[in-house]
Design a protein around this ligand. Structure first.
Ligand code: ATP
Ligand code: MG
Length: 305
């Protein structure tokens, strides 16, 4: 069962801004990572998924219901941490918590107490005087306090210190163990690597890749960088590898071809490579960060200020 469905979502803000034909789903009990640089379209997708905005085309569903039309029905069982936190500034922390308790019709304080302890939050002060991290903790509390089935988290740990980021990871693991369905947008690779089952990469409003984290994690799944004598050879190898059923994935970058393969097929790879003029052959253990950077390295051009 898919608790979250985004299908062909398009919202065009003009000037190539917005999201274009975004599709993904999150199954019950799964943690799905949403990675992309600033302005890629993560928050836009998430705001549509929350039903705050009407798509130009496509659909967003939670529990099989259209989120724009069924906003009120769905939200009591959804927790949301927004990317940009806006809390009512006239209240102190406790007043905000009480307000959210009433909205969510929570009568038992047990979970709230535990969350306050977990994040070492002191809700005594006025919200307008709280630090960024304290506000973020309040937003997290408000998203998790009613123990919802679905959690939609837009960069939830930005502004949290490393200890609190770790606490948050533990919380996500606990919620996953309980069968919760989680969408996590993040810039923190270690966090995504630690908890996500599947990941998609969004760039310029489009999903450019989607893969299970196991693709990067399992030691028997490797990536080999094959350096060829020239680009033409690399393209030729890339095309052949694309057709090979024993290859998990293949990418080409100038005269290099990256082959994702399970160890048991290594001999097939070596045989196929014998027809090529290989100038280097390196085993790489890819981290999520390196994998992600393949899509962005052309964008990093620092020439000073
Ligand atoms: N309401 C809006 N009107 C016009 N343009 C918008 C609107 N909301 C978002 N955009 C544009 O859409 C693009 C995607 O923005 P979005 O906030 O979804 O990015 P993001 O991936 O969440 O980035 P960040 O990592 O910085 O939070 C940006 O170019 C942004 O300027
Ligand atoms: Mg955002």
């Amino acid at each position: 069962m898919y608790d979250i469905v985004v299908q062909n979502l398009t919202k065009d803000y003009g000037f190539n801004r917005g999201v274009f034909n975004i599709s993904f789903h999150v199954s019950r009990g799964e943690i799905y990572g949403f990675l992309g640089p600033n302005g890629a379209g993560k928050s836009t997708t998430i705001r549509h998924l929350m039903g705050f905005s009407k798509p130009d085309s496509g659909k967003t569903q939670i529990f099989g219901l259209d989120t724009f039309q069924n906003y009120n029905k769905i939200l009591h069982n959804v927790g949301y941490v927004p990317g940009e936190i806006t809390l009512p500034v006239g209240l102190n922390g406790w007043e905000f918590i009480d307000m959210m308790k009433k909205i969510r019709k929570i009568s038992n304080d047990e979970r709230i107490k535990k969350l306050i302890e977990l994040f070492e939050l002191n809700p005594d002060g006025e919200i307008k005087r709280m630090s960024l991290g304290e506000k973020r903790k309040l937003a997290i509390l408000s998203a998790f306090m009613h123990d919802p089935q679905v959690l939609i988290l837009d960069e939830p740990t930005s502004g949290l210190d490393p200890i609190m980021q770790e606490v948050f990871i533990q919380l996500l693991r606990q919620e996953k163990a309980k069968g919760k369905t989680i969408l996590l947008s993040s810039h923190v690779f270690s966090e995504v690597e630690a908890v996500c089952d599947r990941v998609s990469i969004i760039k310029n409003g489009k999903i450019v890749d989607e893969f299970p984290m196991s693709k990067l994690k399992h030691s028997e799944d490797k990536v080999y960088q094959v350096k060829l004598e020239n680009i033409e050879e690399a393209i030729k190898l890339f095309k052949i590898m694309q057709k090979n059923s024993y290859i998990d994935d293949v990418k080409q970058d100038e005269n290099k071809v990256y082959v994702f393969i399970n160890d048991k097929y290594i001999n097939n790879l070596v045989t196929d490579l014998s027809q090529f003029r290989v100038s280097d052959f390196i085993h790489e253990k890819v981290t999520l960060e390196e994998y992600f950077m393949q899509y962005y390295k052309d964008d990093i051009q620092f020439e000073g200020v």
